[in-house]
Design a binder for this molecule. Structure first.
Ligand SMILES: Nc1nc2c(ncn2[C@@H]2O[C@H](COP(=O)(O)OP(=O)(O)OP(=O)(O)O)[C@@H](O)[C@H]2O)c(=O)[nH]1
Ligand SMILES: [Mg+2]
Length: 337
């Protein structure tokens, strides 16, 4: 440290011995800004400060009059990272859930077209939340474009494989681990083969190691009373194609909801208040779940193998056969004969 300080040319005098010495070599050129400069040397570089209006600077520096710590504009917290991946068909409610996670006061827009809100590319957005014990979390939400895309112009519709390739790109850019994967299905929907195909693609995309991190989320649950939601689960369990979902989504089943703008305008404030309470409760369960789920590292080879993904095998080959399925198949075969 002291060696570099010696190079300073501060002061005009100097001793006789100094004056007798041969002229010192010319000073080294001022380092380029982009070269690495030791701090001591950097302090020797004189930077010309442009003239400025002292009064306006004083106005802008009010904060400096405050002792450090008393009024700190930047409050920092250590936050645990949780990466949440939202998946589902077009219109399943992914973006709405993202909005509700940001705020339980979210109200869905009026007259929303099926196509209007659709995002073309996945988006990664961190939401900072604090749990009741004061611990901070950054829930990094990856909201994705819907699978089985619905577009106003049919020609623009992308294949599921294309959408998964965008999702892969977004994950690779932003995350090395995933905490929770939410597969959204509206509680009002009846499962169809498309849903099984979606599950097949998710399985292929993430592999088997994410089963415990994968949750089935029944969206649009605000449309039912809390006490009636259990009946919805029973209905789902009776469906002949729920089995593969139960096997893969080992994290569990949850509900999500949002306050509907349309219903608020129809039924007024009391409806809004009641629904918001319900939505807040459902949101709380979801956030608790995200916070308590253990992260899992993504394997380097995650993603769809597009050589096989494009040609789906018959759905039943991947679905764990249940009695009804088997009966259905028999029936179809005999009909073909
Ligand atoms: N009441 C109510 N409406 C919902 C809920 N979730 C979604 N919606 C409505 O359903 C429609 C589709 O919701 P989005 O959140 O845009 O669905 P998405 O899954 O993001 O759709 P894509 O981005 O096209 O894949 C919108 O009109 C929403 O307002 C919910 O939980 N409750
Ligand atoms: Mg969306």
């Amino acid at each position: 440290m002291s060696g570099t300080r010696g190079k300073t040319s501060r002061g005009s005098g100097g001793s006789q011995r100094d004056r007798d010495k041969p002229a010192p070599p010319p000073p080294p050129p001022i380092p380029r800004v982009d070269s690495i400069t030791p701090i001591e040397e950097a302090s020797e570089i004189h930077i010309q400060i442009p003239s400025f209006d002292t009064e306006s600077v004083a106005q802008r520096s009010v904060g400096f009059s405050c002792p450090l710590g008393e009024k700190d504009a930047y409050v920092a917290h250590v936050a645990s990272q949780k990466n949440l991946l939202l998946l589902g068909k077009s219109g399943a409610g992914k973006t709405t859930l993202f909005e509700v996670l940001k705020s339980p006061h979210y109200i869905t827009p009026l007259n929303q077209s099926l196509f209007a809100g659709a995002k073309l590319l996945p988006e990664y957005t961190p939401i900072l939340v604090q749990n009741p014990e004061g611990k901070h979390y950054s829930i990094n939400v990856i909201d994705t474009p819907g699978l089985f895309e619905v577009r106003s112009n049919e020609k623009e519709k992308r294949s599921n494989e294309k959408i998964f390739s965008h999702i892969e790109e977004c994950i690779r850019e932003n995350a090395t681990r995933l905490s929770a994967i939410f597969i959204l299905i509206p509680v009002t929907a009846v499962l169809i083969e498309e849903d099984l195909e979606l599950l097949r693609l998710v399985k292929q995309f993430l592999g088997d190691s994410f089963r415990k991190n994968t949750f089935l989320i029944f969206s649009k649950a605000d449309m039912f009373k809390i006490e009636n939601l259990q009946a919805k689960i029973s209905e789902f369990l009776q469906s002949s194609i729920s089995q593969p979902f139960l096997e893969y989504c080992q994290g569990g089943m949850f509900f999500s909801g949002a306050t509907s703008g349309e219903l608020v305008s129809e039924y007024g404030e009391t409806y809004e208040q009641r629904t918001r309470e319900k939505v807040t409760l459902l949101r709380q369960y979801l956030i608790d779940t995200i916070m308590s789920t253990e992260d899992k590292k993504l394997p380097p080879n995650f993603g769809l193998d597009t050589t096989t993904a494009a040609s789906p095998p018959p759905v039943a080959a991947n679905a764990t056969p249940v009695a009804v399925d088997a009966e259905d198949k028999k029936e179809t075969k005999s009909k073909k004969k």
